[in-house]
Design a protein around this ligand. Structure first.
Ligand SMILES: Cc1cc2nc3c(=O)[nH]c(=O)nc-3n(C[C@H](O)[C@H](O)[C@H](O)COP(=O)(O)OP(=O)(O)OC[C@H]3O[C@@H](n4cnc5c(N)ncnc54)[C@H](O)[C@@H]3O)c2cc1C
Length: 458
């Protein structure tokens, strides 16, 4: 029977990051991952010389945020090579043109609304206690500044990019924390080698510090006796002994299926049952014969974004889809064969109802891309489609982009804690603890969880 100080179930950002920190602090660490590859939703695969992310990724604070903090904590700062989104920086596509936010918005909205927007951005930088805003939706908070539709659309779109829920539901406190730290750090970017480079660097660190990483291994049960963790049973019935288990498999999956509901009290279970996940996503991966744009990352925007999001939530496809379009090979030319270009275009969709509208989503997305890059299809070699089903098959968690969503009732003190009410059991990743955008939320949750464990070990 193998015995470890800590067993980590799942090799997403949260699992690999906590494994790296704990292994570097001397804990005998085992990480098991059910897929044959590391990274979960933050993974990259290869096709005909193109290295393609499963998701649609841009990284808010790169080395200055929690993804970099993990590397600093294990003295491996250079293990990920970041390329910043500069020269050119991120742009918005609106009414047939590419614009810089917020500078060039001045040309599009009345001066009084532009002043309100600048005031919002200034206030965001000044607000000290963001907790006070946790229970307020972004829409309610924003309405105190401006009712200009374009200002609302811009902020709603940024909210969609950060949290993958509508600004009617997302927490203003979390938004202010994320946007202000992004503006302060000015280090949005992307890692060389594709997004998998981040969890891969963490997984390599686990091994460097004497731990073990096993892919293609599925955890079936977390075993508890006398209220204490005993270890993990695999789907091949093998038992691994450990008094510490960190699950990156999702909070609902961990409680309902891996541990069993009978170990938790009614009030806790009611809270877990009520948790809602962020929306899912659909994306096209476009392999192009030659570069068609020099931009690194583009968001397309429209005035009727709120109506569009409501249409999407009702299960329908808007006439023109707004897109998030990173161009990974403009960050790292190695991600496409020489002289070719990789473009990824994605948008938020609900998991339910997607398949019945699949073809419509594809054609509507192609229309927006055709408008952005006229005749781009002449250079299209092939494209791949990633749907909510694909995301669910990789990461579980109801195919959500983020995990437990950062809505008013699930943020700050209302966010599920990484420590579960069973001694030695923790959940990391986008489902519990932390704050931030996507992968940064997952990394922050891993940092917080590891600190709790290391403090208790002392
Ligand atoms: C389309 C899309 C776009 C995105 N865009 C961005 C972006 O621009 N910026 C950003 O920062 N983030 C973005 N994200 C979000 C980001 O990828 C996720 O929030 C983050 O990767 C989640 O990490 P996690 O730690 O929760 O682990 P997950 O990615 O959920 O990984 C969990 C892992 O656990 C494994 N596992 C589950 N059950 C078991 C089991 N029983 N046994 C063993 N292993 C198991 C799974 O196989 C998986 O590998 C995007 C995600 C998607 C899908």
């Amino acid at each position: 029977m193998s015995k470890y100080d800590v067993v980590i179930i799942g090799g997403g950002v949260g699992g690999t990051a906590s494994g790296a920190i704990l292994a570097s602090n001397g804990l005998k660490t085992l990480l098991i991952e059910k897929n044959q590859f590391i990274g979960g939703r933050c993974s990259t695969y290869e096709k005909e010389g193109f290295k393609i992310d499963i998701g649609v990724h841009s990284f808010g604070r790169t080395s200055n945020g929690p993804l970099g903090t993990v590397l600093k904590m294990i003295n491996m700062e250079d293990a990920v090579d970041w390329v910043l989104a500069r020269n050119p920086g991120p742009v918005q596509y609106y009414q047939g043109k590419f614009w810089k936010f917020p500078k060039e918005l001045e040309k599009l909205i009345p001066p009084s609304d532009f002043s309100s927007l600048i005031k919002i951005l200034r206030d965001i930088m000044r607000i000290k206690d963001t907790k006070e805003l946790d229970n307020l939706s972004i829409k309610t908070w924003l309405s105190k500044y401006s009712d200009n539709k374009l200002v609302h659309s811009f902020i709603n779109i940024i909210c969609g990019l950060y949290f993958v829920v509508s600004y009617n539901e997302a927490s203003a406190g979390e938004f202010v924390r994320c946007l202000s730290s992004l503006v302060q750090n000015r280090s949005t970017g992307y890692p060389k080698g594709g997004c998998i480079s981040i969890p891969l660097a963490y997984a390599k660190a686990i091994e460097k510090f004497g731990g073990t990483v096993e892919t293609g291994v599925t955890a079936k049960k977390i075993i508890i006796e006398d209220g204490k963790i005993q270890g993990v049973e695999l789907d091949n019935n093998k038992f691994i002994s450990s008094q510490l288990v960190i699950s990156n498999a999702g909070i609902k999956e961990t409680i309902n299926n891996m541990v069993g509901r009978n170990y938790f009290d009614k009030i806790y279970l009611e809270k877990i049952d009520k948790l809602k996940y962020s929306m899912s996503a659909f994306s096209l991966k476009l392999a192009l014969k030659k570069p068609i744009t020099h931009f690194k990352v583009i968001n397309s925007i429209s005035l009727d974004f709120e109506e569009k999001i409501n249409t999407v939530l009702e299960g329908e496809v808007p006439d023109k889809v707004d897109l998030f379009v990173p161009i990974p090979s403009n960050y790292d030319p190695e991600l496409a064969p020489k002289g070719k270009q990789l473009i990824i275009a994605g948008t938020a969709v609900p998991r339910e109802n997607f398949e019945r509208n699949r073809e419509k989503w594809i054609s509507s997305t192609m229309e927006t891309l055709e408008e952005m890059f006229p005749k781009f299809q002449n250079n299209l070699m092939w494209m791949e489609v990633t749907t909510p089903k694909d995301i669910e098959s990789i990461g579980g968690k109801e195919a959500s982009v983020i995990g437990v969503s950062q809505t008013v009732d699930q943020t700050g003190v209302n966010r599920p804690a990484t420590s579960l009410p069973i001694e030695g059991l923790y959940v990391v990743g986008g489902d519990a603890g932390g704050w931030g955008i996507g992968t940064e939320l997952a990394a922050q949750s891993a940092i917080d969880c590891s600190k709790i464990i290391l403090k208790q070990k002392k």
